[in-house]
Design a protein around this ligand. Structure first.
Ligand SMILES: Nc1ncnc2c1ncn2[C@@H]1O[C@H](COP(=O)(O)OP(=O)(O)OP(=O)(O)O)[C@@H](O)[C@H]1O
Ligand SMILES: O=P(O)(O)OC[C@@]1(O)O[C@H](CO)[C@@H](O)[C@@H]1O
Length: 303
């Protein structure tokens, strides 16, 4: 079974306005409320691809109930720890460009945190856990390490999509996959990366530090896959970008959802890129029909 972990889920409140007038009254042209948070997005796209999975993490209040209901409506299994505070609302403002205002999220008590650790300790060897997104401040910066410890003790594989120190500290535990975008990779090492060769060289450092597969996403420029012995580039399909929120999460879902079927990293890479692009070309997250339609446009070459 695949589990996605979202420590700080959100209702993504997508608001479209003609133009933003700071200090004035702005009226919405369109709005949309979606269950969000990186792991939850991964769960939704995995489900599109036919990969059964369970979404876990922390949910609370009326916002938490909205998210749980929406996931269940889509027949996604949920097993969240209920917390006292309200799950956050993240604003995604579309005004020609995309401006995001992400909430802080509720405080998580030590007892609530232990509840999640307990769920992970009960996993099995053939489980894969996808840890995605930021850590709420009340949990402490080392919370992913504690979760990874619990996964590893249970014998489960894990994938981690986070940034900075939390990502660096996870590598030694040999994640099945990490997926920074090229800006996050540059920030991780405090460098500027311009060419594909430079990006691949720094991506390789994540592999050397322990990751089994490294995906570096580069938005419309496609992505790099770095495996133990090779580096591949995939082109991104061409289309009209409607929404880039969740493109990276969709890519992880496409990769993991395919990799679990046949352990073929190249097929997984192709579906990952098509899934990311399918989300970029949609108002909501990718649906299966569009992912399948885009697959032939993804051209993979060895670098
Ligand atoms: N403009 C685009 N055109 C085509 N495909 C895109 C575009 N933007 C994103 N994608 C697809 O989605 C994948 C992931 O995108 P990106 O590199 O923006 O990830 P990310 O920064 O983690 O995304 P986010 O944080 O917004 O979810 C890309 O590798 C590509 O396949
Ligand atoms: O605040 P975090 O956890 O870093 O990111 C949360 C978030 O921006 O990421 C998802 C897109 O990847 C959205 O659904 C959600 O609002």
């Amino acid at each position: 079974m695949i589990y996605t972990v979202t420590l700080n889920p959100s209702i993504d409140y997508i608001v479209e306005v003609e133009d933003v007038k700071l200090g004035g009254l702005n009226r919405m042209r369109r709005d949309l409320k979606l269950p969000g948070g990186k792991g939850i997005n991964v769960s939704r796209v995995l489900k599109q691809l036919g990969a059964e999975n369970t979404a876990i993490g922390f949910l609370g209040g009326f916002t938490g109930r909205f998210i749980d209901d929406k996931l269940r409506e889509d027949s996604i299994r949920t097993d969240f720890v209920t917390v006292r505070g309200d799950t956050r609302i993240n604003i995604k403002l579309k005004h020609g460009d995309e401006t995001e205002i992400n909430g802080l999220g509720p405080d998580i008590s030590p007892e609530e945190a232990d509840g999640l650790l307990h769920k992970l300790s009960a996993l099995h060897e053939d489980d894969i856990v996808i840890l995605s997104g930021s850590i709420p401040p009340s949990l402490g910066g080392d919370f992913y390490e504690r979760l990874i410890g619990a996964c590893r003790q249970a014998g489960a594989e894990f994938v981690i999509d986070t940034t900075g120190e939390a990502l660096m500290k996870a590598l030694v535990h040999k994640p099945l996959l990490v997926k920074p975008n090229h800006h996050e990779l540059a920030e991780l090492f405090g460098v500027e990366l311009h060419t594909r060769e430079e990006i691949a060289a720094y991506g390789r450092k994540l592999l050397e530090a322990g990751a089994k597969n490294v995906l570096i996403s580069m938005a419309g420029e496609g992505a790099l896959l770095i495996t133990a012995d090779k580096v591949y580039h995939a082109t991104a399909p061409k289309g009209t970008v409607k929404n880039s929120v969740g493109a990276g999460d969709s890519m992880i879902a496409g990769f993991v959802g395919t990799y679990v079927l046949n352990s073929d990293p190249l097929e997984a890479f192709r579906t990952g890129v098509a899934s990311g692009s399918a989300t970029a070309f949609s108002d909501d997250l990718a649906v299966r029909s569009l992912i399948e339609q885009l697959l032939p446009q993804v051209k993979i070459s060895e670098c």
